[in-house]
Design a protein around this ligand. Structure first.
Ligand SMILES: [Zn+2]
Length: 515
């Protein structure tokens, strides 16, 4: 497994940093070879027998390895041709998103420039053209995404699941009913505060652009996903002319967590042909770990958040106990690694961090205190409502990938949950412009579970471990290392949360921060 996993991870990195056809072919080839490890039906059946009788195994480490390995097999069972086709289509979709440039007034522009225009331009016509151009990727991948959903569903149904969504949740050790309960709780807890927030935003935008109806292109981002979308919140000026690489290093130094090795093997600046997003990649699991970050840094708040977020993933990956069995040498769950990434990213508008690490002026911070608190609260509210949109949309997609009205399903949810009106007469597959729908299916809930865990963990750190801001304290770093990162995938995410915070997952820490 080790050499094939390393090769597949490397191929993914090479594809994301170069975008060439050759890299794509190698990515598909290496992916198939790696997935082939888990395709044997007899081995899968033997594993299922063990998995269903875990108590007969004495060692908890062995139990955990069996359940990790069984899920790796279960995920990849099915007709070989379909599995191969899914790999190809995912690679194809990845390439379309990676190479897509919005064409505005005969000029090709990248995602950073799209964001720049929507953040700063006062020209409503240019804003509309830019917003529409950024959505055009949706039409280019719509067919691929629908076909992916159909094929994923076929595999899931062969295994007796209702559809891919249901199967995915189960294989991720997420209980559908519990998730539905959490989502319901978050929807009702955010309904009023979010309505109020959006009302304020709309009022300002109406004044600013002299319009009666606020349209999506009046918001200051291609998706209504983040707090910089809010007029009057100018976090960027804290990062103008700053060296984000250096601020990232200093942030993790303060926790006693060294990221120099990761920085030196990372690919952090914009370049032709490279993926325009940000992610952290761990190449294989052999020690010393090879962990890298891809980013497209510009000196602004968006990229500061992204850097802290991705390096949050990176420190987790780097500090998993290398003496664990190979299969357990990774994070406990996508939601536990998102928890660390989100906890770190949220420092971007934290006055204490801005002062002690980013060196901001105390007087300026005092003046901005209200704005900074509003920014954090708005970020959480917007994230929560966006996750709700994706949560409901993906269920609709997998319930019926052929549904001709998916565009209106999407806009209905956006209107109901984000209070953003659809442009009159618009009938474009805007849902397909969200890259996750194609290449990271049934993943979005991990962001919100990550937020819940992050709020709970931070509360525990600051009330039990540091008695003050966790980010200024090496003891917090050591605690994270020993009780969160080190144990890796030795236990399930639930057990990790329980052991590291002294109680099971409790949404109320996060809910409290919203109200
Ligand atoms: Zn992340």
């Amino acid at each position: 497994m080790a050499p094939l996993e390393r090769a597949a991870d490397e191929a993914w990195w090479n594809l994301a940093t170069s975008g060439t056809d050759q890299a794509r072919e190698e990515f598909v080839r290496a992916g198939k070879e790696y997935n082939g490890l888990f395709s044997d039906q007899n081995e899968c059946r033997d594993l299922r027998n063990l998995y269903e009788n875990l108590d007969t195994l004495e060692s908890p480490l062995l139990q955990r390895q069996i359940s990790v390995l069984y899920r790796a097999f279960a995920e990849r069972q099915g007709d070989e041709e379909i599995l191969g086709r899914i790999e190809e289509l995912e690679a194809e979709a990845n390439a379309v998103y990676g190479n897509h440039r919005s064409v505005v007034r005969d000029r090709e522009i990248g995602e950073n420039e799209v964001r720049e225009i929507l953040r700063t331009s006062a020209d409503p016509v240019l804003r509309r053209e830019t917003w529409e151009a950024s959505k055009s990727v949706g039409r280019a991948v719509e067919g691929t995404v629908r076909e992916l959903a159909r094929l994923r569903n076929r595999l899931a149904r062969e295994q007796g699941y209702e559809n891919h969504y249901a199967r995915s949740l189960e294989l991720q050790e997420i209980e559908a009913q519990e998730l539905a309960r959490i989502m319901g709780r978050l929807e009702s807890a955010t309904d009023e505060p979010f309505r109020e927030l959006k009302r304020g935003i709309d009022e300002e935008l109406r004044l600013k652009f002299g319009v009666d109806a606020v349209m999506p292109w009046h918001l200051s981002g291609p998706f209504f996903h983040r707090a910089p979308d809010i007029v009057g919140i100018e976090l960027d000026r804290y990062f103008e002319g700053e060296d984000l690489e250096d601020l990232t290093r200093r942030t993790f130094d303060a926790l006693g967590l060294d990221v120099r090795g990761v920085i030196s093997s990372s690919d952090l600046y914009e370049r032709e042909g490279k993926s325009q997003h940000a992610f952290c990649a761990r190449l294989g699991r052999e020690y010393p770990y090879d962990v890298r970050v891809l980013a497209n840094i510009r000196p602004d708040a968006y990229w500061m958040d992204a850097m802290l977020h991705e390096f949050g993933h990176a420190v987790y990956d780097r500090h998993v106990n290398p003496r664990l069995p190979y299969l357990l040498r990774t994070y406990a769950h996508a939601n536990t690694t998102e928890a660390i990434a989100l906890m770190m990213g949220a420092l971007v508008d934290n006055p204490g961090w801005l002062r002690s690490v980013a060196g901001a002026d105390q007087e300026k911070l005092d003046e901005d205190a209200e704005m900074l608190a509003a920014h954090r609260r708005a970020s959480r509210l917007i994230l929560t409502r966006s996750v709700l949109v994706m949560y409901h949309f993906e269920q609709a997609l997998y319930a019926d990938p052929d549904n001709e009205a998916l565009s209106s399903v999407w806009w209905d949810l956006v209107e109901r949950l984000l209070f953003v009106d659809r442009p009159p007469g618009r009938d474009e597959p805007d849902w397909a412009a969200v890259i996750h729908v194609a290449v990271a299916p049934v993943y979005y809930h991990n962001y919100i579970l990550g937020e819940l865990i992050s709020a709970q963990l931070r509360n525990y750190l600051e009330s039990h471990i540091t008695q003050g801001p966790f980010y200024e304290n090496e003891v917090a770093g050591r605690y994270l290392l020993e009780s969160f990162f080190g144990p890796g995938a030795r236990e399930s995410w639930r057990d990790t949360v329980l052991r590291a915070t002294g109680e099971p997952l409790n949404p109320e820490y996060f809910v409290k921060s919203l109200i």
